[in-house]
Design a protein around this ligand. Sequence first.
Ligand code: AP5
Length: 208
Amino acid sequence: MRLVLLGPPASGKGTQASVLTEKLNVPQISTGDMLRAARKAGTELGKQAEGFMNAGKLVPDEVVIGLVDERLEQDDAKDGFILDGFPRTVPQAEALANLLEKKSTPLQAVVQIDVDRDLLVERATLRRTDKETGQIYHLIYNPPPAGAELVHRVDDQEETVKKRLDQYDSMTAALLPYYSSKDLLKRVDGVGKPNEITERLLVALGVN
Ligand code: AP5
């Protein structure tokens, strides 16, 4: 399965990708996680990306395209992948199509997870991530176990979340007509329990 998960910030892409990766037996490729890892490791790429990420802006296309190009070359992505958070602009989508065309392995599906803006702000600001495992929690909807060492993302402050949502509206929402015109787009309602959303995704993908 070669799949793109689309959706606004905090719509549940990471939560769902981590479940689907087991069910579909393909790796989850999250550009957000890759960029955060680079930032933490203090690499040149991480330093380049940091200012954009902390300000709630998109990292320049050429940076993320290079990152994904390299990642798709790895062995575990040969039989498929779940892209989470990439592409986010039409130029990124076009670059991805070109990369995959060279390998004769086009995308098979693009699924958008739809959630209203108010709920997205609440989901993002109360998100916490396990420092060791990266497991995603929510202080109300999916509380972390006692004693877990938690990270509150720098870009999950309310003002920055709103900027990220604006970036989504101005840059990423254009991918919906783009993929719809290619007959690849499916949409699922992202409001409900996480396992209900997983079921909806599997039905949309025809693998249930
Ligand atoms: P990235 O990490 O990709 O952030 P994002 O797209 O904003 O998505 P999130 O990680 O915020 O949310 P999610 O949809 O994965 O939701 P989650 O499952 O965690 O990108 C971060 C930054 O990196 C960008 O701003 C940009 O600077 C840069 N970047 C990354 N990719 C880029 C690219 N391609 N181009 C340019 N720049 C790029 O869930 C959120 C919360 O909700 C959690 O607390 C979770 O527990 C909870 N939750 C999930 N599902 C449910 C549910 N069904 N009910 C209740 N709560 C739920």
